[in-house]
Write a protein of this length. Structure first.
Length: 65
C-alpha cells in the first residue's frame, strides 16, 4: 500500500526501481557465468593433469613486491 502511494507521488521511483532490478539481474547472471566458467576451467585442469605445473598467485606480496 505504502509503495503504491510513493510510486504515485514520485513516478521516477518506479523507473529507478526498474533500473535497480535490471542491474541486480545482470549482476546475478554475471556471477553465475563466472562460477560456471571457473568450474569448467577447474574440470579441464583436472582432466589434463597439468595443475601441478601451474603457479598460483595468492595475492600475498611480501616486502612490497
Amino acid at each position: 500500500m505504502l509503495m503504491k502511494w510513493i510510486q504515485s507521488l514520485f513516478p521516477w521511483h518506479q523507473e529507478k526501481k526498474k533500473e535497480l532490478d535490471q542491474s541486480s539481474r545482470r549482476v546475478a547472471l554475471t556471477i553465475l557465468r563466472y562460477k560456471e566458467s571457473s568450474k569448467e576451467i577447474q574440470e579441464e585442469i583436472e582432466r589434463n593433469k597439468f595443475s601441478k605445473y601451474l603457479v598460483y598467485d595468492r595475492g600475498i606480496h611480501n616486502g612490497g613486491h
